[in-house]
Design a protein around this ligand. Structure first.
Ligand code: NAP
Length: 524
């Protein structure tokens, strides 16, 4: 390890001195504690991190997009420089394989650079200009110009299942820093060491680019204790979260109970329905089963986009089920992220198996070792599916529920589903055209529609929507992946009758930044 791990929070540029131990990194499978012990931020240290964030906000939010982009690029470079440490520690504390850790590091640095490019270019602020018209009748028109401005300090909760891309310097942090918001991160107990390595990289980048102290802090001590205090703190203006439905809804309640309620962008629970139409089965049931199994078991099923619910025509699909059964039976158990996720996978699959009407089509014949999860597939009729609301719940791991019914029944059930991150449809193009109302119903329930594909593998780009109606997310108008994620941490501000020189550069007459603007005086 190039920089020794200290096991303490980052309060702006300083390290905390809190001495209350809150746990160790734990090696999945063996349960071995990994040095060092981690220590909770004290209430005074939380207060100090919040005060620093509040103090940093005016200066940081006033920096140009180019300067903030410099910070994001410097963070990416520092993380790349720490990749060997990330892999060494990540292998020990996350159960993830090396290729995944390296790949996720690349995704994280790619996200940082994507937001850097977005704010360097600058048009994202949605500048709108309406010039004054003193001669307008019956009343003169005032000069009115608007653009997006950052909200203020943002609390970011690290996710257990993405120790890099949705954690300390992940998408929530990158988009909040890009918008001009200081960030206070709540580390996840499942990967405290990786969090510390990445936090060190961010602090080095903040120093190197001359950023005001307080734009970034990382607190240990968990969500229930330290995280709740940060969410309730008056300085905090928004929350980014990826995790369980119970955690996300608890944070929504905390944010709403404040004297000033604030937005919570929580990505929580999605089973990502896959609808298979007869034409897709006619193309080759076995090949479809193989492709589905690949998506189901990717990352031991621990993705928010895991396909946990399939609608299959009742009268067809025998070969699909036979093939899937054989794949699942031969399926290899994989190490899960931590003991608690492994236990909740065992509990949820057992609960599905015990639900009246649910048949266990297949479980892996290979014995799962300690900390491992093995593939499983269950089948139920659409009638029994509708009788048991719990069957809409998430089995976080490589398990899926196949629901069989007529096409009419399937279409009728879609509007009754909870909100989803994704919905997939497998069909011929002719079927797709003929089933417009089914597609419309899926659109009403999900943030991303997929044709003849599977939901795992989330492209990070400007048109990605990784969001959806509750409980997929707390606010279906947002995405936590892609450049649109920046809009979660801004609000529109209008300037009325301000002199040109007193306006932000984005709104000045000469358009000194050369950005795209909505300006009727300038032809597009
Ligand atoms: P989690 O229990 O929601 O924990 C995530 C973070 O939220 C942790 O820092 C946790 O702090 C905090 N938290 C939880 N409950 C809280 C509360 N009432 N108030 C304040 N903070 C709270 O999620 P997890 O440990 O990562 O995984 C548990 C389950 O969540 C999984 O088995 C899976 O079902 C689901 N999950 C879903 C996704 C998804 O993308 N859909 C991703 C990850 C996990 P503490 O350490 O104090 O608990």
């Amino acid at each position: 390890m190039t920089t020794p791990l200290l096991g303490t929070s980052f309060i702006g540029h300083s390290r905390a001195t809190g001495t209350e131990a809150c746990g160790f990194g734990i090696q999945p499978g063996t349960g071995t504690s990994l040095e060092p012990a981690y220590h909770s931020a004290t209430p005074e240290e939380v207060e100090k991190a919040m005060a620093l964030a509040a103090a940093a906000f005016p200066a940081y939010s006033a920096l140009s997009g180019k300067l903030r982009a410099g910070l994001l690029r410097a963070i990416a470079t520092e993380i790349e420089g720490a990749v060997e440490d990330i892999v060494e520690r990540g292998l020990l504390e996350t159960g993830l394989p090396e290729a995944r850790l390296r790949g996720e590091t690349g995704r994280t640095t790619g996200q940082l650079r994507m937001f850097a490019s977005q704010i360097e270019e600058g048009s994202w602020v949605d500048a709108r200009i309406e010039r004054a018209d003193p001669d307008r009748k019956p009343i003169p028109k005032v000069d009115l110009r608007s653009m997006l401005r950052p909200l203020g300090p943002v609390a970011v909760f690290c996710a257990s299942n993405f120790p890099l891309a949705f954690s300390v310097a992940g998408g929530d942090t990158a988009s909040a820093l890009a918008a001009g918001c200081p960030v206070v991160v709540i580390a996840h107990a499942a990967h405290p060491g990786v969090a510390e390595i990445v936090a060190n990289a961010v602090i080095r980048a903040a120093h190197a680019t001359g950023m005001p102290e307080g734009i970034f802090s990382v607190l240990y001590g968990g969500g229930r204790k330290v995280g709740q205090a940060v969410v309730k703190h008056p300085v905090t203006q928004a929350v980014g979260f990826t995790g369980s439905r119970s955690g996300g809804t608890a944070l929504m309640a905390a944010a709403n109970s404040r004297p000033q309620p604030i937005p919570v962008y929580a990505e929580m629970s999605s089973v990502n329905p896959v609808v298979i139409l007869p034409g897709a089965l006619d193309r080759g049931e076995e090949a479809l089963a193989e492709a589905f199994f690949g998506s189901l078991t990717l990352g031991v099923g621990q993705f928010c986009t895991n396909p946990g619910l399939v609608f299959l025509p009742a009268e067809k699909g025998g070969a699909f089920l036979t093939k899937l059964k054989s794949l699942v039976e031969a399926g290899t158990p994989g190490m899960m992220l931590n003991a608690s996720i492994c236990q909740s996978y065992a509990d949820s699959t057992a609960a599905f198996a015990a639900t009246p009407g649910v048949e266990t089509l297949a479980r892996s014949a290979n014995q799962a070792g300690p900390g491992q999860g093995a593939p499983a597939v269950f089948v139920v009729s659409i009638g029994d599916f509708l009788k048991h609301e719990a069957l809409q719940g998430e089995m976080f791991g490589p398990a899926t529920l196949i629901v069989r019914g007529s096409l009419g029944e399937i279409e009728a059930v879609i509007p009754k589903l909870e909100g989803q991150l994704t919905a997939s449809i497998h069909a011929t193009t002719e079927e797709l055209a003929a089933q417009a109302s089914l597609v419309q119903a899926l659109q009403g329930r999900a943030g991303r529609l997929i044709f003849n594909g599977f939901p795992t593998g989330v492209e990070v780009c400007s048109s990605m929507v990784h969001g959806g109606p509750f409980p997929a997310t707390s606010d279906g108008r947002s995405t936590s992946v892609g450049t649109m994620a920046i809009y979660r941490f801004c609000r529109p501000v209008a300037w009325q009758s301000f002199p040109d020189a007193a306006l932000p550069a984005e709104l000045q007459d000469a358009n000194p930044l050369g950005i795209r603007r909505m300006d009727p005086a300038v032809p597009a």
